[in-house]
Design a protein around this ligand. Structure first.
Ligand code: SF4
Length: 536
């Protein structure tokens, strides 16, 4: 079959198409975004009319994917790790309902927080929900495992989580593709009450989930993705998880590690292989990307007091991405000579693009803040978060999607007045709407500034669900029409913007101030695409 040079995310997208999915549901979030984008632009996906539009947030995405599974078809939901927090409710309950058509939930973790608020490890969610978790160690495995995950999901009747990390998502390798499977036929579940989680049903289904756990462990022990490799030196036994296997093997360019190695790419952990390793070796080293999940498990697992080392013990760094050098150090090896970072390589802190409309909003807001004092601007997640940095220094908080409006409300309830919430158009439809509803119900004194760039700009300019509808949504929720104000964030409008903000600041109630100007990067991209289309 054909070999393609795929990014990890592209391998997953292609595998999902080849496995016969009928829909992908996602909200953009680095490093998971390109899975959906790959499917959106794929010829077969277009021909088959696979569902591939963005969802309002990760919770709606997973619920929609579950609905497709109910109808018997294969579906995938994608998100980044913090997005799984948003989808946690349906995620936990989907483990109880189980699936009908195969359902794979791909979650991309971001150790080292390259573009994220934290570096949480989604394997814990998988363990928490007691569902199978697949964790590929390279691009070929990402393809093979994704493809098989759908069949595995249908075999176990459970959703399967594909956990990847940034390094795998955004690096390339040759991937051999297999044939493209047909889509499932539309069909209803045999038990029409399968997705009915009334307590009487829910208790029974939860017991079913518990009853499957030994079987899932057995399947892990038989899985071709979990391996035990013999080694002559039993002074140390090594456990590698997912991509961390590469970090180990890069220390042995000849391809042979002297120690016995258990490679884990499918969870629940293969107990049999871990017990064998523990029986044979004096000490265990656990190499895993993310939290010390397996290390913590093994520390309590063996009664003999086997020494277990890893991120928890300090043998490996507790936070951040791992790399082959970290592993070399843990193995007591000399650090391999790698490329030196050139001295003239400039450090480039992130910043708003020159000419971005957010700048004009922040300069106007700063003028107002200067009069009333700092510490009043609650922000959200998007390009505008860069307003925390010089030369703006405008915003004071950034916690999670939607938290700008709700935190501003809490601060206003506490007596801090005036307060501002800055939120983007897409984040507003992701999680801001419900916060606005809370403000409207209590007529809270807040000034909400929606910086509307008509895109999910930070992740690459995907369409925003709010496009052209923000005023109507706000009015529909109950904001007084005279306190929904619009401006165009341009330098020449500075005085007008300051005036609008000041006027609304005087109002004791909910104000929504919308600054609308399309993201200039998106304009440039659209022009390029249109030009290419014309030339084609
Ligand atoms: S990508 Fe768009 S919204 Fe983001 S900083 Fe650049 S111009 Fe502004």
């Amino acid at each position: 079959m054909q070999r393609n040079l795929f990014l990890g995310v592209e391998a997953i997208g292609q595998a999902a198409i080849d496995a016969g999915i009928s829909g992908i549901y996602a909200y953009p979030g680095t490093p998971s975004t390109e899975i959906t984008e790959y499917i959106q632009n794929n010829k077969i996906a277009v021909e088959r009319d696979i569902h591939r539009e963005w969802s309002a947030n990760e919770k709606t995405a997973l619920e929609e994917a579950l609905g497709m599974s109910y109808a018997g078809k294969r579906s995938m939901a994608c998100m980044k790790h913090v997005g799984l927090n948003v989808a946690a409710d349906v995620f936990m309950n989907a483990a109880i309902t189980g699936i009908h058509g195969g359902l794979v939930i791909t979650v991309a973790d971001d150790p080292s927080q390259h573009s994220s608020q934290n570096e949480q490890d989604s394997r814990f969610y998988g363990k928490f929900a007691m569902i199978p978790v697949f964790e590929p160690s390279n691009q070929q495995e990402a393809y093979d495992m994704t493809r098989e995950a759908f069949a595995f999901s249908e075999k176990t009747k459970l959703p399967v989580m594909m956990r990847i990390t940034t390094r795998l998502a955004h690096s390339r390798a040759g991937v051999v593709q297999k044939e493209i499977l047909p889509e499932n036929e539309l069909k209803l579940p045999e038990n029409l009450m399968q997705f009915m989680l009334l307590p009487a049903y829910g208790r029974k289904y939860y017991q079913n989930l518990l009853d499957k756990q030994d079987w899932l462990t057995e399947l892990s022990e038989k899985s071709k993705f979990n391996t035990f490799t013999e080694g002559k030196d039993k002074g140390l036994g090594i456990v590698t998880c997912g991509i961390a296997h590469n970090y180990l093997m890069e220390n042995y360019p000849e391809g042979k590690c002297p120690y016995p190695v258990v490679k884990i790419s499918q969870y629940p952990v293969p107990e049999k292989w871990l017990k064998k390793l523990e029986n044979e070796c004096d000490e265990l080293l656990i190499i895993e990307e993310g939290y010390p999940l397996v290390e913590e498990l093994l520390k309590d697992y063996f009664e003999k007091g086997t020494k277990v080392c890893g991120r928890l013990s300090g043998a490996l760094p507790r936070r951040g991405e791992l790399n082959p050098d970290h592993v070399a150090k843990a193995l007591g090896k000399e650090k391999a000579e790698t490329f030196k970072v050139p001295d003239n390589l400039a450090n480039r802190p992130p910043s708003l693009c020159a000419g971005c409309g957010h700048q004009d909003t922040y300069f106007a807001l700063n003028e107002v803040i200067e009069e009333i004092g700092d510490g009043r601007v609650f922000s959200d997640i998007g390009c505008y978060t860069l307003g925390a940095l010089p030369p703006y220094n405008t915003i004071n908080t950034c916690v999670d999607m939607g938290a700008s409006i709700t935190m501003a409300k809490g601060a206003s309830d506490a007596g801090l007045k005036p307060v501002f919430a800055v939120i983007g158009d897409s984040t507003f439809t992701h999680s801001g709407i419900t916060g606005l509803l809370d403000c409207v119900v209590e007529n809270t004194n807040v000034n909400i500034i929606i910086v509307d760039n008509e895109a999910v700009a930070m992740t690459g300019g995907q369409d925003s669900s709010a496009k052209g509808k923000i005023e109507r949504i706000c009015e529909g929720i109950g904001v007084q029409p005279e306190h929904i104000r619009l401006f165009i964030p341009l330098k020449k409008n500075h005085d007008e913007i300051v005036e609008i903000i000041k006027e609304e600041m005087e109002y004791d109630g909910v104000s929504v101030i919308i600054g609308r100007r399309e993201c200039i990067q998106k304009i440039a991209r659209t022009k390029k695409i249109n030009k290419a289309k014309k030339q084609a």
